[in-house]
Design a protein around this ligand. Structure first.
Ligand SMILES: [Zn+2]
Length: 322
C-alpha cells in the first residue's frame, strides 16, 4: 500500500503538518516548492517569442500557483488563495494523490511499452491498484486538453487560462522528478529511505540559486508535441534511468557524511556538498528537461487551440493575481 505517501514534503513548511510528517516516513512533494518555482519560470523562457511574452507578463502568478496541486492535499488550506482543481475528464476523477506520480516499474518492465496509453485500459489492467500506482501521465494529458479548450473558447477567461497553465506545469514537472516514476520512490527498497526529499527538497533548496541559473540557461526551446500522452510516457522512459544514478549518489554521500536516524539532510552541510558533487549536474539536467517539457505542453495546448492571440486577455485579473 502507498497510504503513507499521502503526506508530503512540503509539510515541513507548515507547522500544523509537522507531526504527521514525522510519523510518516515517505514524502511525495515532487521538486518541493522551490523546484517547481524554478522549473515554471525556466519554462516561460523556453517558449517561442509570441507566447513567451504572454506567459512572461504573468510569470509571478504562474510560478506561485504551480504548487497548488500539492497544496490541495493540505487539511488547513485556504481555498481562496489557490486555483481550483478541475474535473470532467476521467483522469481527474477520484483522489488527488495518484495524479502526481506513476510507479511505472510496478506496472511493467522498462521501457514501459506494455503500459496502456489509454486511461480506461490502464484502469482495467491495474484494477484496484491504480491509485497506488498513480496516474501522472494521464493527468498531464488531461490538463493539456483543458488548457486547449479554454484557449480555444470564443471568450477565454484569463484566470482560467493561467490556472490551467500553472496546474499543467505542476504535473508535467512532477514527471521530470525520477522518484515519481518508481515504486522505490523513497529509496526504501534500497535501504536509502528519505532520498525523495533529500534530493527534491533539501538539495534543490540548498543550491537553489545555482540551479535557477543553470536550469534557465540549459532548458531547450519548446516543441509542439505530437501526442501529450506519448510525450508524458517519453518523460518516463527518459527519466527512469536517473533513479539508479540518484540512489548511488545518495549512497556515496552517506558514506562520506552519515545521516542521523531521521534521514534528514537539511542540517548536514557535509552530506549536502557530497550529494551535490554526485548529483548536482543530474538535478540541473532533470529540471531543465522538466522546464522544456512544461513549455512544450503549454505550446501544444496553444497550437491545438489554433494559436489564439492571448495578449488581449488582460482584463479582470488584477484582484486575482497574487
Ligand atoms: Zn506534485
Amino acid at each position: 500500500m502507498r497510504g503513507r505517501k499521502a503526506t508530503f514534503v512540503e509539510a515541513a513548511v507548515v507547522i500544523a503538518c509537522i507531526a504527521s510528517a514525522v510519523m510518516s516516513p515517505a514524502p511525495a512533494g515532487a521538486w518541493g516548492f522551490t523546484g517547481h518555482f524554478i522549473i515554471t519560470r525556466a519554462a516561460i523562457e523556453a517558449l517561442p517569442p509570441g507566447l513567451r511574452t504572454f506567459y512572461q507578463s504573468h510569470a509571478d502568478f504562474l510560478a506561485s500557483h504551480s504548487i497548488d496541486p500539492d497544496k490541495w492535499r493540505w487539511d488547513d488550506l485556504d481555498w481562496e488563495t489557490v486555483c481550483s482543481p478541475e474535473r470532467g475528464l476521467a483522469a481527474l476523477e477520484g483522489n488527488e494523490r495518484p495524479r502526481h506520480f506513476l510507479d511505472a516499474d510496478a506496472v511493467a518492465p522498462y521501457p514501459f511499452s506494455e503500459i496502456p496509453r489509454d486511461f480506461s485500459q490502464y484502469r482495467e489492467l491495474a484494477g484496484n491498484e491504480w491509485e497506488d500506482w498513480g496516474s501522472a501521465p494521464w493527468t498531464a494529458a488531461a490538463y493539456t486538453i483543458l488548457l486547449r479548450d479554454e484557449m480555444a473558447a470564443p471568450d477565454p477567461d484569463l484566470h482560467r487560462v493561467l490556472c490551467r497553465s500553472a496546474i499543467l506545469a505542476h504535473y508535467v514537472a512532477d514527471l521530470s522528478q525520477p522518484f515519481h516514476l518508481t515504486v522505490n520512490y523513497d529509496g526504501q527498497l534500497s535501504g536509502l529511505r528519505g532520498i525523495h526529499s533529500r534530493f527534491e527538497r533539501h538539495l534543490v533548496e540548498y543550491y537553489d540559486e545555482v540551479l535557477n541559473t543553470r536550469v534557465r540557461a540549459a532548458a531547450p526551446q519548446a516543441l509542439v508535441l505530437g501526442s501529450p500522452i506519448e510525450a508524458a510516457f517519453e518523460m518516463l522512459v527518459d527519466g527512469y534511468p536517473a533513479v539508479h544514478a540518484l540512489l548511488r549518489a545518495d549512497l556515496l554521500a552517506q558514506r562520506v557524511a552519515p545521516l542521523d536516524d531521521s534521514g534528514s539532510a537539511g542540517d548536514n552541510p557535509a552530506y549536502m556538498r557530497e550529494l551535490w558533487e554526485q548529483s548536482g549536474d543530474l538535478a540541473a539536467v532533470r529540471m531543465a528537461y522538466g522546464a522544456e517539457k512544461v513549455a512544450s505542453f503549454w505550446l501544444t495546448a496553444w497550437d491545438s487551440a489554433g494559436r489564439p492571440d492571448l495578449r488581449k486577455l488582460t482584463s479582470g485579473l488584477a484582484d486575482q493575481e497574487r
